[in-house]
Design a protein around this ligand. Structure first.
Ligand SMILES: *Cc1c(COP(=O)(O)O)cnc(C)c1O
Length: 407
């Protein structure tokens, strides 16, 4: 079965996993900052931990933080769990990022930060956002932090400039579903030395080094990932998941839409092993982006005449973490493709403020675009390991289901 994503792991990562290297986390942070043209990078267990730490370190509390209504729910969790309130803004149906006019309208005297997400790797207009924020700062007389959510936007550029270095800070996720990975992991980057110092000091004080047993478990996670994303094993696991309930406990942990909480290990530090894998991935990063873009271009060319699918825009500087299309009947397409051995994704099957946990944070607002995305977006596999044959199969399958498949 063709998985919906697959980390680009090879023998290098296995090799480095077995080799000791002093100060790997520091090396990874430095190399990461260098690659993404910023001065500092601070490693965490998850991107959400880094975002939470950012607010805590700066003492931002009881404030409103603006974020998109269609994104990963854990961003909202980080806002609430740090003692703040999310203020949701609808997204555009063009590139699925925040509607900037609505951002301008949502800023008020309590706004202290804006999470600018670059979803699926499409760059948000960071110049316009900066203008809006500067005007608002002048009006309200206090600082409003811009945090770029680059969890899906490694290397994305707006007018030639990396979006991650356009604001005060950026967060990156290194989860296995992202463009590059350190198994689990996240980074906060910034070019502001004062900010870097505070976030790092907070992390070193509050976050803990996992004990030997935990580190061993995390080591074992690596072979599991290699196995899990093997196409044969993937098909079997998918079958077990869909047809039986045996794996529920393992697979339902990542997105818990009903409760605002973090996983129990969110205060763990990144371990050396993960940093070594991250370093190996960083070396492959240009190749990963090139391959993902190439796969996206292939879909652009071959699916353009399919009126049943709304294709994503052709945006210069996008890095295609996912290739997101919209369809009228998502469930039918997901089902049909699964039967044909292709696992399509849906990224996020909700509009965050429409989930029960976040209903209390919306004041008579509506999010028609985010809602539409939550029910109609399908992501096609663009991962760097995808072969030309697999890619052709995905296209064939989509053309078939759209023309004569189950209606
Ligand atoms: C994955 C993701 C996150 C969260 O990353 P974690 O490392 O899982 O905390 C945040 N924002 C977006 C847009 C994501 O896709």
């Amino acid at each position: 079965m063709i998985p919906r994503f697959k980390p680009y792991l090879g023998t290098e990562e296995l090799f480095v996993a077995l080799r000791r290297q002093e100060h790997a986390v520091e090396h990874f942070e430095e190399a990461f900052a260098h690659t993404f043209e910023t001065r500092y990078a601070i490693a965490f267990r998850y991107a959400r931990s880094g975002l939470w730490a950012f607010f805590k370190a700066l003492g931002i509390e009881g404030a409103e933080v603006i974020m998109p209504a269609y994104t990963c729910v854990v961003v909202a969790h980080a806002i609430v769990l740090s003692g703040n309130v999310p203020r949701f803004v609808d997204v555009t149906l063009y590139a699925y990022n925040m509607e900037l006019d609505q951002v301008a309208a949502a800023i008020n005297g309590r706004t202290r930060a804006i999470i600018a997400t670059h979803l699926f790797g499409y760059p948000l207009n960071v110049d316009r956002l900066a203008e809006i924020v500067h005007a608002a700062e002048a009006r309200w007389g206090h600082r409003i932090w811009i945090i770029q959510d680059c969890a899906q936007a490694f290397g994305a550029r707006w007018r030639g400039r990396l979006v991650c270095s356009a604001g005060d800070a950026a967060i990156f996720s290194l989860h296995i579903s992202k463009l590059m990975t350190s198994m689990f992991g996240g980074m906060v980057t910034t070019s502001d030395p004062g900010l870097a110092k505070e976030v790092r000091a907070f992390r070193d004080e509050v976050f803990v080094q996992p004990d030997l047993l935990k580190r061993f478990r995390r080591f074992l996670y690596l072979p599991k990932v290699y196995l899990r994303y093997n196409e044969q094993v993937y098909g079997l696991v998918d079958w077990l998941k869909e047809e039986t309930r045996l794996l529920d406990r393992l697979t339902k942990q990542y997105h818990l839409g009903t409760q605002i909480r973090f996983p129990p290990d969110y205060l763990d530090q990144m371990i050396e092993l993960e940093a070594r894998i991250g370093l190996a991935q960083l070396r492959k990063y240009p190749e990963i982006v090139r391959r993902q873009r190439d796969n996206a271009r292939h879909y652009d060319q071959h699916l353009v005449d399919t009126p049943e699918l709304t294709l994503p825009p052709l945006v210069e500087g996008a890095t295609y973490s996912f290739y997101a299309v919209r369809v009228a009947d998502r469930q039918a397409l997901l089902q049909a493709s699964r039967h044909q051995g292709v696992h399509l994704g849906q990224f996020s099957y909700y509009c965050v403020p429409s989930t029960p946990a976040y209903a209390q944070y919306t004041i008579a607002q509506e999010f028609p675009h985010a809602q539409l995305c939550g029910s109609s977006v399908v992501t096609l596999p663009v991962y760097a390991h995808l072969t030309e044959r697999q890619r052709a199969r995905v296209v064939e399958l989509l053309l078939w289901t759209c023309s004569e498949g189950p209606k």
